[in-house]
Design a protein around this ligand. Structure first.
Ligand code: ADP
Ligand code: MG
Length: 244
């Protein structure tokens, strides 16, 4: 049976000109900082941007931007994303309220459909999505909604992440999904360029380890002018050039 919410979600998403799902090779590589950062930089570039955190068990973009999640966003023929830092923000954290939420696969899909069916993005041109980590059910479910997305993958140069990066690239290629490129985080050089060239994937740039990064978290103004954002600027501009 066709789930009518599924149709509603696909309809809503198809109205957004550019969807940019951000994936990670594995957890803890900087996916949340990178997705939040890309959204912030796009907004600094004068683009109309939305940021959607779909990482149910590790939502953290609200912490980076300093958005309290104890009050649910306003409703008006749908749920209005919260304006912050020049972007429109929506997160699963408004549902989970920073509490751990035991959820099985079907409940997870239900919650996701609900959230995506009711959120009004209106004039947003670029929707950056902090995707759940891993390549299991949540990933497969979401890629079925965001088939036309321009995927960005975040990794570190550690052999442990590179192994997972290979799998991620393989899965995306298999589904004929557009990979814009890879951001190499916590790395002082583009050490994955050779590997990515072999895969036919663009290296978008590297971001070094930044020692006082926690000092920029929780205040979107500070984060917007942080060293992390300065290093991410060139990769984000490349993404903008590549997707138009
Ligand atoms: N370039 C960096 N320099 C220093 N610390 C970083 C950097 N990138 C990420 N981190 C830290 O690594 C941890 C994981 O980052 P996060 O963005 O939450 O990753 P993920 O979403 O992939 O789990 C956080 O504590 C974050 O502050
Ligand atoms: Mg995260």
């Amino acid at each position: 049976m066709i789930d009518p919410r599924r149709e509603a979600v696909i309809e809503r998403i198809s109205r957004i000109p550019h969807v940019i799902p951000v994936l990670s090779s594995k957890g803890g590589v900087g996916k949340s900082l990178t997705s939040t950062g890309i959204a912030v930089i796009f907004s600094q570039m004068g683009r109309k941007v939305g940021l959607l955190d779909l990482d149910f068990w590790g939502a953290s973009d609200h912490i980076i931007l300093g958005v309290p999640v104890d009050e649910f966003p306003e409703e008006d023929k749908g749920i209005l994303p919260v304006p912050k830092c020049g972007l429109k923000f929506m997160s699963v954290a408004f549902y989970t309220r920073n509490q751990p939420l035991p959820m099985r696969g079907s409940e997870y899909t239900d919650a996701l459909l609900e959230l995506m069916a009711v959120t009004r993005w209106d004039d947003v041109e670029y929707l950056v999505i902090d995707m759940p980590p891993g390549l299991g059910d949540p990933f497969l479910n979401l890629t079925s909604f965001f088939r036309k997305g321009h995927y960005v993958v975040v990794t570190t140069p550690s052999p442990l992440s590179v192994m997972a990066l290979k799998n991620t690239i393989h899965m995306l290629k298999e589904q004929k999904i557009h990979i814009v490129g890879v951001v190499e985080n916590m790395s002082s050089q583009n050490s994955l360029r050779g590997f990515l060239d072999e895969q036919g994937i663009r290296h978008l740039g590297n971001i070094p380890i930044i020692n006082d990064i926690d000092a920029y978290i929780g205040d979107c103004k500070k984060f917007s002018s942080s060293e992390f954002i300065e290093h991410l600027r060139r990769p984000a501009e490349k993404i903008a050039e590549l997707i138009g």
